[in-house]
Design a protein around this ligand. Structure first.
Ligand code: ADP
Length: 265
């Protein structure tokens, strides 16, 4: 795909939860890289889409995983029709296009992979392309953003200090109840009362975090349940399928979470 294919033409629906838009814009204007912290499903990806649209930049997103190598990001030589050609990876494409590169769940990537972003994430703003023998300078419009979920408390999965200290951090949390209700109603196309109940249910599950659940229901899961409700599924069933089953496989926990939704709906 060409970078222009990643330009977001229509304004994505995004409700700000704090001053994240202003801080992002200021960091972008000063060429500082951005770290989004927050639990999965709290709106980080939507926020990036919104900012890319607002700043009129191409958005290139990479979902990081433990097999991700630096070549996957930077590029590699490939044999095509008997010839060896260089193919840019997504990070190099974003740098060349002066777009926004969003590395989602950066801690999933191998530590040696993370190191390739260091020269891009400080004053140098360059991408060393060792195999090509090139140093790619990032234009002013280029922006590097990464996300990380501090909830997965694990020494193995923690972001290296030398990496995180290069970034301006923005913490995105779940929106407050009234705002989350508005988002769920809008995204799932359900009425305000149904959305309010789903948010109440979410708060109950969030209180179980650390007491049998690793995470409570995220905004994303509420939107999923809401969409099932909008499609005619009974709320208790929707909560079970879209939320409880997504949160745990433990039969006792499942029963407890299902009981909570039965008490509400
Ligand atoms: P993350 O990237 O943090 O895992 P997403 O950005 O994919 O989460 O958010 C999941 C869903 O929740 C979105 O698709 C959207 O429907 C909804 N959502 C969460 N926060 C917001 C917000 N502030 N404004 C609009 N929609 C939101």
């Amino acid at each position: 795909m060409k970078p222009e294919d990643h330009v977001i033409a229509e304004e994505p629906y995004y409700e700000p939860v704090g001053d994240e838009i202003a801080v992002f814009e200021a960091a972008y204007a000063k060429g500082l890289p951005i770290l989004l912290k927050g639990p999965t499903g709290c709106g980080k990806t939507r926020f990036m889409e919104y900012m890319a649209w607002r700043l009129k930049r191409a958005l290139i997103t990479v979902s990081c995983h433990d097999d991700l190598t630096s070549s996957d990001l930077v590029g590699r030589f490939l044999v095509k029709g008997g010839e060896t050609v260089w193919v840019d990876g997504p990070l190099a494409r974003a740098v060349r296009a002066g777009g926004i590169c969003y590395l989602d769940e950066i801690v999933e990537a191998r530590k040696d992979t993370t190191v390739v972003i260091h020269p891009l994430a400080d004053d140098r703003r360059v991408l060393p392309m060792e195999k090509l023998g090139e140093l790619l300078a990032a234009p002013d419009t280029f922006c590097l953003a990464i996300s990380y979920n501090p909830g997965y408390q694990s020494v193995l999965k923690d972001l290296k200090l030398s990496t995180r200290q290069r970034f301006v951090a923005l913490e995105l949390t779940y929106p407050d109840a009234a705002l989350e209700q508005k988002i769920v109603a809008q995204e799932a196309r359900i009425d305000a009362e149904q959305a309010r109940q789903l948010v109440r249910f979410a708060h109950m599950t969030r209180n179980l975090k650390g007491q049998g659940l690793d995470e409570g229901a995220s905004t994303r899961l509420l939107v999923h349940a809401g969409k099932l409700i909008a499609a005619g599924i009974a709320p208790v069933t929707a909560c079970r399928s879209a939320i409880a089953e997504a949160l745990t496989d433990d039969p006792e926990m499942l029963a407890a979470v299902n009981e909570l939704s039965s008490s509400l709906f």
